[in-house]
Design a protein around this ligand. Sequence first.
Ligand SMILES: [Zn+2]
Length: 244
Amino acid sequence: MSSIANGMNELDKSQLDNLKKLCVSEKIIAKMRQAGASFNSNDNISEWLEPQDVILLKQELEHKMKSVFDSLLIDHNNDPNTKNTAKRITDMFFDELFKGRYQQLPKTTDFPNSRCLNEIYTLGPITIRSMCSHHFLPITGEVWIGVVPGDTVVGISKFNRIVDWVMSRPQIQEEAAIMIADTLDQLIKPKGLAIVIRAEHSCMTIRGVKDRGTSMTNSIMRGEFLTDTLKKSEFFDLIRSQGF
Ligand SMILES: [Zn+2]
């Protein structure tokens, strides 16, 4: 204990500053707890972040990730293959795989549905790449979306961006489908909305039961797709022609 305390005493100001920065996660967590905000793995927490926070969080995680390698007894200081792996993992988590937690919903321009389109349109397959919250292993698959437009329409590429934003988090497939549906509901207020996800979970294929080729499919039907069975079957006919 005393040697640790002495060690702490010897830290100069810049080291102390660094140590404070390393605990930026604790400050943000305290803020979220105080507000009663949820920060589950698949929540978007961008509203709780200051502009500099992600840079500081990356410094903190890189430092902690090195400790993970230490505990795995991997010589990341000298092994040329793992020398910068802690940084690579950190950047990959914040900038790619989990960016949908830290970045705001991509900007979308919506247009009035001036021609009062009332036809079903479907999009898919939209490729998804995510990570399962249980094992942090990849989920890969496809999404199909069906819309009966309301008063608002958006450009079709926006659907891909919204799906990517929701899937770029540690996810649970069932919850991801609800999140995609909720986001689209808020944005375009459609008269009908259908989401189908089909995905393969690496936690089933490369470990555990190691069953290659098993996929999980789930669907969400809202509005007219729920109340009108003809519309629902038309949706499935359409996405079958799109590879479902
Ligand atoms: Zn899993």
